[in-house]
Write a protein that binds this ligand. Sequence first.
Ligand SMILES: C[S@@+](CC[C@H](N)C(=O)[O-])C[C@H]1O[C@@H](n2cnc3c(N)ncnc32)[C@H](O)[C@@H]1O
Length: 306
Amino acid sequence: MKTDGRLGGWLGGRAPEGQGDGATVADLLASAARTLGAAGIEDAPREARELWAAVADTSVGEAWHRRAQAPPAAFAARYRAAVARRTGGVPAAYAAGTAAFRQLELLVDERVLIPRPETEGLVEHVLAFARLHGRWGVAADIGTGSGCIALALATEGAFRRVIGTDISEAALAVAGANAARVGADAVEFRAGDLLGPLGGERVDVVVSNPPYVTAAEWDALDPGVRGHEPRLALVSGTDGLRHTTVVLRQALRCVLPGGLLALELDCRRAGAALALARAVGWTTARVEQDLCGRPRYLLATKEAER
Ligand SMILES: C[S@@+](CC[C@H](N)C(=O)[O-])C[C@H]1O[C@@H](n2cnc3c(N)ncnc32)[C@H](O)[C@@H]1O
């Protein structure tokens, strides 16, 4: 869902006379590709086009259509600043300020984790379950970050309400901006610890991509991640299972009979997470693989009252 806001009226016509510095879209792209390439970024021309599209809030194809046009100086400056951030080691999504997630283009910055492709699969499992069982009541997304899961469920599904929780007020500010951006009225965000903000309300679906990296694994992560993405979003104690364990316990009380718990897992700990799920009382729990064949999703249904 692309919006058409950042270039103002420019996408609708030509750059106003005298407003730009004369550089055309083609000039900007060529210069950016050289700069990105010199910084060692692979496939620099593609990154240059993708950054352009993100900053222009439009599709990559628009760059070709507008290659001979000179954008306003303010846009050219924003684009060059994004290229400079990228060459300085900032992840592409933060440099651009947006990330694609399923059908959405979401605002992201260093307050939130960049949504990952495997999380799109978690959403797919929830939507498939809701369609199959007609469970379109309330869904709760625990640790919502940018709001990607909650907003995808709200825009692609038919839930009466979607609640996103996060312990980070800073992350919730980004999630709120994204809700406004995509016009998701059925979504509300609440601050607090894991399922605490639900205040005992029972829901049809609990979904979560919780932190699941160990403290030691964090230390060994790529500098692009460690230097820019929030540690709070990734690290879950010394075993990587602290948040997963608590969500498994709390969701057992919170999910309505016939409802679903869907959790994203670290593939290295899928077996341990499944054993934990069964130990706390999710007798129907199973693990599903992502598109690369890695065990990534724990799905547990609630059969009877507890
Ligand atoms: C792995 S990120 C997932 C973000 C987003 N849902 C996604 O899939 O991209 C985990 C999120 O959980 C939040 N978080 C960490 N500890 C939490 C806690 N105790 N209670 C609620 N949220 C927490 C972090 O702020 C972060 O936004």
